[in-house]
Structure formats: C-alpha cells, structure tokens
Design a protein around this ligand. Sequence first.
Ligand code: C2O
Ligand code: CU
Length: 485
Amino acid sequence: MLTRRQLILGGAGFTAGAGLMTLGGRRLFPAPAAAAEAGSARNVAVHLVAAERQTALPCFAGHSLPLWTYSEAAWPPTIRIDRGDRLDVVLDNRLPRDGEHTSIHWHGVRVPNDQDGVPYLVQPPVAPGESFRYSFAPPDTGTFFFHSHCNSSEQLGRGLVGILIVDGDAVEPYAADQTLVLHDWLMDTDAGTFRGFKTKRGADRAGTYGNIRSANGVSDAEIRLPASSDCRVRLINVDPTRIMEVAVVGADAAIIAVDGNPLPPVPLDGWLLGPAMRLDLALRAPKEGGEAALVDRRQDEPVRLARFVGVGSSAPAKSFDPRPLRAGRIPEPDLAAAERLSFTFGRADSGGAPIAVSDVASGLPIGPICTASDHFWTINGRSWPDSGHAVIPPPLATLQRGRSYVFELQNTTDFLHPVHIHGHTFKVLRADRRSQPIHYADTVLVTPEETVEIAFVADNPGRWMMHCHVIEHQETGMMGYLQVG
Ligand code: C2O
Ligand code: CU
C-alpha cells in the first residue's frame, strides 16, 4: 500500500511511488475497483515564485534561455499530494516586466470558483511584486497541471507551468510512475534565444508551432524503466499550440486515464493529444537492454519524443494485462433530463460580432496583457477579448446549479480546437467524425467540421471559462464563460 505522504516538489523526470519494484505474478483486477476513501488529510504548503531564470534545458543544446518558472527545482516543478490533502500555495509574482501580472489556473481540478485563477473573472490579477494565496483540497485523483491565464502564449511559451499529481487512484502500484511533460520551444537555435511567442499568421491558423520538441526538457529523452514490467507513464501536453498524435512503438501500451480520469484500459493505437490534454498509459517496459519509443505520428515523418529503455533483470514475462485504476468521482449526468445547448466554434471573419458595451456584466476594466488587438475566432459568433471592449462580457450561457447539460460543440472551421471547460469534468459521449471510448475529460478536441457531444452536471457555482486551449486562438477570441448557479 502507498504510504508515501510527503509532498514532492521536484522535477517531472522524477520516478516516484513504488520505485523500481516489480510485482511478479500478482492477479489483475478486471474492472475499476471502487473509489478509495481519502486517508488522513494534511495541509501541504507550497511556495511558488514566478520569476525569470536562465535555464539550460538539455534540449537547448548548450544554450541558456530566460525561462519563466515557478521554482528553482528542475523544470517543470511537480507538486505531488494524496487525495484529501489540502494544498496551500503562496504565489509570488517576481516576473521581470512592468505590468506582467499573473495568476494560477489549476487546469482540470474542480476547485471552488475563487481558486480558479482567472484574473478579473474570479480574482484580481497578481501584479509584479504582489502575492496571492490559493487553498483547496483537490476532489479528484489524477494527472493535472497548472499555468497562468493571461498573456499565456508568452508565459506558457517561456515555460511557466507546473505539474500536479494527486495520488490515490492506483489499486496496486505500478513498477514505475514516469511523467513526460511535452513542450515545444520557439527558439532561434543559432542565436540561442527565444523567438516571438505568437504570430498573427499563426493566431489566424493552427497556431505558432515551436521548433524544438521536448519531453521533460530533453529532445528524444531516454527514459529508463524496469525491464519487462508494467509501468505508468503520464503524458502531459503543456504546449500552447501543438496537437500531436501520440503512439508507442515497440511496446504494448494501454490508456488508463484521460485528463487524469480513469477508464477501463484500452489499447493505445494513436491518440490525439492537444494542448492541456493528459493521457495516462500503462506500458510494458522493454526487456533488459530493449527499447521502445513514444512518437508523434501526426507529422509526415513520425517524430520520436522519448525512448523507453528496459533496465534491470527482467521479470518473467506474462501477457500484458494492465491494471485499471480506481474509478473516478465525477457526478454522472442525467442524460434523459439534461438540457441541450449548442456552441459553435467559428471564425471571426464571417460575422464575429464584437460584444456591445451595453452588454457587459461587470464594469471591471481588463488590463492590457489580457486583451488582444486581433480577433480571428469566435464562440457562438462572439469574440472575447475584443480590444475596444476591455470588460467582462455577459456569459455564453447561464446554467442551473445541479442540472445536467449536454453540450454540442460544433467546429465550423478548418482547424482543430481543444475545448476546455473550467471547474467541471465532462463525459465525452460522441464525436461524429471519430470513434473513441466514452471517457471523462476537461479538454476535448473538436476536429474540423466535427460535432462533439459532452455531458456534465453543473454542480460548481461561479463563472467558468470555456475556451480553446490553442492559446493563440484563445487570445484572439475563442473564449467565453459559463455562469453556473
Ligand atoms: Cu488550462 Cu483556461 O485553461
Ligand atoms: Cu482553437
């Protein structure tokens, strides 16, 4: 049983949990066991200092770049707690530029609204020199991350992200628990500097892609795993732009959780992983000395993101039959009684109506780093932010607290949009152009001309963002919010 109860604030490359122990011959559970009850809860204090730090990630090939990070720890910092623990975070903003305010959004965590980290909407922006305190007990286990929520193309582009892992979902420990944080860097490789973090052309199309691909800050990372054993690999796409199709070549792998939400294991045969999306895999490590690879096969030539190398004497091989995780705790939507709402993710040039000043829900002016001079994208025909109207617009929809909803997310554009909703985890019922298992998620890809149906219980009161997580799309209009309760 896992008795590890201390916070780990370390690099994502850290291999935690059961270490390199293998469990030979243990019987597997055929289906998710009941959700675990929280053990004795602790208060876990974490101090995050957003600042510029010159960092020589291995993927920078000898150069040191001005990353914006939360901690001196290896990039990116990882907070690891047990379900039931309360997280007490002090954020200090020491970013080096006047007016560069920040905040922390706990992506995918069903926090109370005032902990959700969206400046102006739920909290004041945290200006340079200021601090803010977050305190909440994550209700769900799983793989999460956190990031700021304004000027995110630059703040994320410079690496201002952290990982949050909430333990308590493993029925039995895996032989290893490895996090792979996927991020592309926009780098001028000759000069050893960052290039711009967004472009007008990119914002108007699929986004501005980074040219240096990395996992945990390493290009073609070598990940050593206990040979022939079943390991947990947590893929986290923290890139502001990149949509990849992840696959494992040379080893058996199964999806055991999507966005931290367990599902009965399904063989991994390519999965579209957009910005902010996470995928937990059970992976049969290669034999001693053997190698397997994590690849992005959405490219013409598959790109190898990491190599898995088997180390140590091999356990006797039995067939791959991954252990499911414990079931999650997401409230089940009542589909028969659900209200249906549809949302169109579209382009602004075909009638992206600016939000009328008389419509504003609050007079709070929005600071300049949260507004954009271009708007290319819309939700239900509306763009936000819109430069001339730097105020909080009315909600996209008002939801009744406790009621079930089915949302039809319709993409009328030629580009993919990873659609994220704050404060709620939804069930992905169907996508009309792809087949995928029913699963829970907080971010779902809607491919060109596709309609995706999701359902959830609107049980968390407050103002919750709904937006595309291709950050340049978000920043040029494809965002809005839902009012619950
Ligand atoms: Cu990870 Cu509103 O975003
Ligand atoms: Cu988008």
